[in-house]
Write a protein that binds this ligand. Structure first.
Ligand SMILES: NC(=O)c1ccc[n+]([C@@H]2O[C@H](COP(=O)([O-])OP(=O)(O)OC[C@H]3O[C@@H](n4cnc5c(N)ncnc54)[C@H](O)[C@@H]3O)[C@@H](O)[C@H]2O)c1
Ligand SMILES: [Zn+2]
Length: 358
């Protein structure tokens, strides 16, 4: 079994990536969790598609499990669902020597992970991500959270899982738009630190070819994220690189009120707008924006939006990673080499101009 180690001292864990893993992971879960009682937190779509298969391998390894299921979607990532999960954990008499599995995309991962971090002051948990986004990004790194009425991910903490089990075959049932949404983050990894990964997307003709290489792609992305997280567990330095495309992307999501564009689509626009500008300003190797545009368009990701820079600028200030009036953008020197680039408040508009894209 492919195994990527995330070295975080006493909070170290492994990420296992293998096609078909869902049906055989029971024994490894039993060994790692060291319990015969596990609560599985999932959404109704994932539970319907894969819940029985997970429960069967757990059963076969002598683990009794309870499936705690909520309605699929971001609107469930809130304090009400969290309260229902606490009640279900209590009904199942989960103790600190038992364990929780979060099973699904980033929503069950973040919400279930936050329940695990806080119930009884912390229950060991294992992530089994099922979307591209969750397999390459949200399940690795230990950020867990719920949304509050005042904003996304506002109540949360850092809480590392005991293990992450990834079966790349599970992404085959995703709707195309959700696959492409996650792909935007993969393209981002290529942009900031792995030209070879980026080149793969330039070379393939489209989705059919990508579907043959998920296992390799996901392994590469987890390796990248694991190394970055090891150096910066609590997001104060190097982890900021992962923010490429996100400062503008978050503003796009907020401007349109979450719903018009998915997160990945907004990040695609962010990567594109920023790189077109930094290239025009001579900060980025010539031809980079064109390469990004070609890859994004191949996977039906947007490279433009209607909002004017002025409108967007109002929403840049809401980013919780921003300190004072100034901002640190992540920009590309070239494909495969991202870097931090501090910008003074009054200059921010220069970097979100649509420039020659308009
Ligand atoms: N913790 C982190 O570091 C981190 C990083 C990025 C994003 N996030 C969070 O992740 C969330 C978004 O994640 P997401 O896009 O995975 O959302 P999600 O969990 O809502 O999944 C998207 C949709 O896909 C469905 N689905 C999941 N797996 C499926 C499968 N294999 N086949 C068919 N359908 C499937 C789900 O039921 C859901 O309807 C956001 O809440 C975001 O804040 C967290
Ligand atoms: Zn993102």
């Amino acid at each position: 079994m492919e195994n990527i180690h995330v070295n975080l001292g006493k909070d170290s864990y492994s990420i296992y990536v293998q096609n078909g893993l869902l049906d055989i992971l029971g024994p490894a879960v039993r060994r790692i969790s060291n319990t015969d009682k596990i609560a599985v937190i999932s959404d109704d779509t994932v539970d319907r598609l894969y819940g029985n298969r997970l429960q069967t391998t757990l059963n076969n390894s002598g683990i009794s499990s309870k499936r705690i299921v909520f309605s699929a979607g971001e609107q469930s990532k809130n304090i009400e669902t969290l309260a229902q999960i606490y009640a279900a954990l209590s009904d199942f008499s989960i103790t600190r020597s038992d364990a929780i599995i979060t099973f699904g995309g980033g929503v069950p991962g973040d919400l279930g992970g936050f329940a695990a971090a806080t119930y009884l002051r912390g229950i060991p948990f294992i992530q089994i991500p099922t979307t591209v986004l969750a397999q390459v990004d949200s399940s690795v790194g230990g950020k867990v959270a719920i949304d509050l009425p005042s904003g996304k991910n506002l109540a949360g903490c850092f809480y590392q899982p005991k293990a992450v089990f990834i079966d790349p075959e599970l992404v085959r049932t995703l709707p195309e738009r959700i696959t492409h949404d996650g792909l935007a983050e993969v393209i981002k990894y290529g942009c900031i630190c792995n030209e070879k990964l980026f080149t793969l997307f330039e070379q393939v003709s489209g989705d059919d070819e990508i579907n043959l290489c998920w296992q390799e792609i996901i392994k590469t992305c987890c390796e990248i994220k694991a190394r970055i997280v090891e150096h910066d567990e609590h997001d104060t330095g190097e982890r900021m690189l992962l923010n490429f495309g996100h400062t503008i992307g978050h503003a796009v999501e907020k401007y349109y009120g979450y719903g018009t564009y998915t997160h990945g689509e907004a990040v695609a626009i962010g990567m594109m707008l920023l790189t077109a500008q930094t290239e025009a300003l001579g900060l980025t190797e010539r031809g980079t924006a064109e390469r990004i545009r070609n890859v994004l368009q191949k996977f039906h990701l947007p490279v433009m939006m209607e909002a004017s820079e002025k409108e967007l600028l109002k929403y840049i200030g809401h980013d919780k990673k921003k300190r004072g009036d100034d901002i640190t953008f992540i920009i590309l020197e070239r494909i495969g080499k991202g870097k931090r680039f501090p910008v003074l408040g009054p200059d921010i508009s220069t970097y979100i101009s649509k420039g020659d894209l308009a």
